[in-house]
Design a protein around this ligand. Structure first.
Ligand code: ADP
Ligand code: MG
Length: 696
């Protein structure tokens, strides 16, 4: 494969520098390697020929076999077109060309037999077909079976490229390749019954039958997912730092006393299970790297606290990081209140902590008298040094940069155990792909007694009703969020914006105070506005999606999302999680333009029928792909997969994951001679990526 990456397509027969340049610009196709990895997005069945008399409405592209009876040029100027009347003996169809009229008229001969391939359409009560592919019937031997349809851009199309031209170039490239060195070791190929790589490449572009095609696709998907896994797992802390974690053998006074005397409620079964999982990890002597997924309100904070107490019981300090000052403060208040009776020293460190307090914190961290430090990213600054940091919990991980997390490791010679908590449910296949060797725990249960959130889909013309409903809630003393997709009006986008909305809301609810936050405000300003709302001084919060993360205002019972059609499902789910946090019945109102695509309507309707975050994340993955999913972008891992699909290829993700695990168990450093090709391929595929191994 290596040599194919060096062979440039501009030297390929028939392409030439101009077209080569265009392909590079449009698709980044530069080498033979790139070209043969430009896979068809679908296939057309060219195995059967239809009769014109059998045509019916809404058909895909099909084949017809017959002769032209006449050619006529009709219309004038820009509307000139060529119409050929085509007959197969059962009926006739009009074949229409708008371009290249002259050359087409010369190319096809009346009375000679041709095979046409195109999409039949009914127009003015007559069948017609526009710009079909045409072959003389003698040459159709080569045309049978499945035919790949290749991705094209408008630019390529208008420069004369068709799916077929691409196929011809790909064929020429494939024909010149006699051998490729397979990067996968033989044992993997055998175990997973993978077809040879070159065969797979040939078949995917020229499938003989569906079965072979599926096998070829399987091979290529497997490769893609395998290398992705290998890249994540190869330096995994699990392997390299096997003996290097803190060993927490006991549960001691802090945990026990808290559990028996201070626990404010019975833990849910899910919380208990997750705590057990974490505890088991901490007892192995290996460093823990665990991702804790739990829907908004599932009680992750308590899990964090109880497991921090285990760290304390084993003579180390613990630290909890949150992405915003508000969130850190909230955690600090909750936790210090809960542990007050058992004599634990908890402190808060954020950007606005005063110098005097800061000095005390630094001092106490160093002498070990500070047990738990809670804060924002201020806690990872270099001058913050711990005596013995054993455990770090990171809340709402996706707001933390990958690099920031890496800095934690430098705080100790022994790396602390790490728990990353996220309320963004990530489908299993995606988690496995993006977080590789991270262990995953899931809280899949909400504490009892929660009132469900009623989600409604309303169109803009029902705004008056919606405002009336908001008014009723406000009157009962509840608070309301209203979220906008934009801050300012944008001429190009017909969307509601916060500036206008703010004014509008003030006008409609003159007796209430309205707070607002958006991403372009200074942090202090933002905090101030948030505080207004959190304290109840403001009853309405007008915001962009910056309010997504973590804020807890139990008295807020209504979440209105403007232009909900513009948001991803996971994001809507996150926003919805801001309400339903108290004992009162809550509502999420999705406002949408009335004219939306059926697909979009389906998406929004799904929101009204479920509050299961995992189901929603799966649906989002299926509909929008992994790149759009929250948590994926921030992971720093490129997921521009060419052929594998994380939503539908879950089983291959699992197989590739296992294959890599097995491989690394046998040869952790990949130093066996038959693994040299693997390393080479890996380095080529991921040369631009950062080393994530020490981060999570
Ligand atoms: P999140 O997972 O979104 O961080 P929190 O930890 O903030 O959720 O918990 C949400 C609310 O549920 C808090 O008010 C918390 O006190 C409460 N809670 C947590 N665990 C339980 C439980 N087992 N039973 C009842 N309420 C609980
Ligand atoms: Mg939380």
């Amino acid at each position: 494969m290596q040599s194919l990456r060096k062979r440039e397509i501009k030297f390929l027969k028939g392409i030439g520098p101009k077209r080569a340049e265009l392909l590079e610009k449009e698709f980044g196709i530069k080498s033979y390697y790139d070209l043969i990895h430009h896979f068809p997005h679908s296939y057309l069945d060219r195995s059967s020929i239809y009769k014109i008399s059998q045509l019916y409405g809404e058909m895909p592209s099909i084949q017809l076999k017959g002769r032209f009876l006449t050619f006529n040029t009709v219309g004038e100027g820009a509307k000139t077109r060529l119409v050929g009347l085509f007959s197969d003996g059962t009926a006739t169809i009009e074949i229409v060309w708008f371009r290249r009229i002259k050359s087409i008229k010369e190319a096809y001969i009346i009375g000679q037999e041709y095979i046409l391939f195109g999409k039949p359409e009914m127009f003015n009560n007559r069948w017609s077909m526009v710009h079909p592919e045409i072959d003389s019937s003698e040459s159709v031997g080569a045309m049978q079976g499945l035919r790949g349809v290749y991705p094209l851009t408008e630019k390529l199309r208008s420069s004369g490229f068709s799916s077929r031209t691409l196929h011809t170039y790909i064929q020429a490239a494939l024909a010149s390749i006699k051998y490729v060195a397979d990067p996968l070791p033989a044992e993997v190929r055998e175990k997973f019954r993978l077809m040879p790589l070159l065969d797979a490449m040939r078949i995917i572009h020229n499938p003989t039958d569906n079965n072979a095609l599926q096998q070829a696709r399987y091979r290529l998907k497997f490769d893609e997912l395998f290398f992705l896994q290998l890249n994540i797992q190869r330096y995994s802390s699990k392997r390299n730092e096997k003996l290097q974690g803190f060993h927490f053998p006991r549960i001691g006074r802090f945990f026990n006393q808290f559990y028996t005397e201070c626990l404010p409620f019975e833990l849910t079964d899910a919380q208990k299970r997750v705590i057990k999982e974490i505890r088991a990890d901490m007892g192995t002597g290996r460093q823990m790297n665990r991702l804790l997924q739990g829907d908004v309100g599932s009680g992750k904070t308590l899990v964090a606290l109880l497991t921090m107490l285990i760290a304390l019981d084993n003579g180390t300090q613990a630290c909890l990081m949150a992405p915003t000052e508000i969130l850190a403060t909230q955690h600090y208040e909750t936790i210090s209140r809960m542990v007050a009776p058992i004599g634990i020293n908890v402190k808060l460190l954020t950007g606005s902590t005063r110098k005097k307090e800061r000095d005390i914190i630094h001092q106490q961290l160093m002498d070990g008298s500070l047990h738990i430090l809670i804060g924002t990213h201020a806690v990872i600054e270099d001058n913050v040094q711990f005596k013995n940091l054993g455990y770090v919990v990171i809340d709402e991980q996706h707001r933390f940069g990958v690099m920031q997390r890496g800095r934690l490791w430098r705080k100790n010679t022994v790396p602390p155990h790490v728990l990353v908590m996220t309320a963004t449910p990530i489908p299993r296949t995606l988690a496995m792909t993006v977080y590789g060797d991270l262990q995953v725990s899931v809280i899949d249960q909400l504490p009892p007694g929660r009132k469900p959130i009623t989600t409604l889909l309303r169109y803009d013309n029902a705004r008056f009703e919606v405002y009336k409903a908001i008014g009723r809630q406000l009157k009962e003393g509840r608070q309301v969020y209203i979220v906008y997709p934009l801050i300012k009006e944008n001429e190009k986008l017909d969307l509601k914006c916060l500036e206008e909305g703010y004014q509008n809301i003030k006008d409609n609810f003159p007796s209430y105070k309205v707070a607002y936050v958006h991403g372009r405000m200074k942090p202090a300003e933002k905090d101030w506005q948030m505080q207004l709302f959190a304290s109840g001084e403001a009853q309405i919060m007008v915001a962009t999606t910056v309010i997504e993360v973590g804020v807890n205002v139990p008295n807020a019972t209504v979440m209105v999302i403007e232009n909900a059609e513009r948001f991803g499902l996971s994001q809507l789910h996150q926003l919805r999680g801001r309400v339903g946090r108290g004992g009162d019945r809550s509502y999420c109102i999705l406002m949408s333009k009335p004219q939306i695509a059926a697909e979009t309507r389906k998406r929004l309707q799904l929101m009204t029928t479920t509050t299961d975050g995992f189901l929603i994340a799966e649906a989002d993955l299926k509909m929008r792909g992994p790149g759009d999913l929250e948590g994926t972008m921030q992971s720093g891992i490129a997921l521009d997969l060419r052929i594998a699909n994380l939503a539908t290829d879950g089983n291959i993700v699992q197989l590739a994951h296992n294959a890599v695990e097995e491989l690394l168990d046998d040869d952790p450093t990949l130093s066996a001679p038959n693994h040299a090709k693997l390393i080479e391929e890996l380095n080529i595929r991921f040369n631009k990526q950062i080393d994530l191994s020490r981060i999570s």
